[in-house]
Unconditional design. Structure first.
Length: 88
């Protein structure tokens, strides 16, 4: 019984570290994509904040600094509480 428990513990630790790496990679993806998307924004910190929220939810960011939202329908269709587009 002890070898089975030890194997289970080892596999659990390996899976946990794999998920942690995927989370970090996703964050780096969003940071770089949103940095490019918000490069010309007038209020850059607000653009980065909302782009980051949209990227984490949708797992994509349209190319360029404006428009191209057809490349990512989730990003395009994500609305705020007032029904207006949330994503820059």
């Amino acid at each position: 019984m002890k070898p089975v428990f030890a194997a289970f513990l080892l596999v659990s630790l390996l899976l946990t570290s794999s998920f942690f790496e995927l989370t970090k990679a996703g964050s780096a993806f969003c940071d770089s994509k949103c940095g490019a998307r918000c490069a010309n924004a007038g209020v850059k910190d607000r653009c980065l904040k909302y782009c980051g929220i949209c990227c984490e939810k949708c797992k994509c960011v349209p190319s360029g600094t404006y428009g191209n939202k057809h490349e990512c329908p989730c990003y395009r269709d994500y609305k705020n509480s007032k029904g207006k587009p949330k994503c820059p």
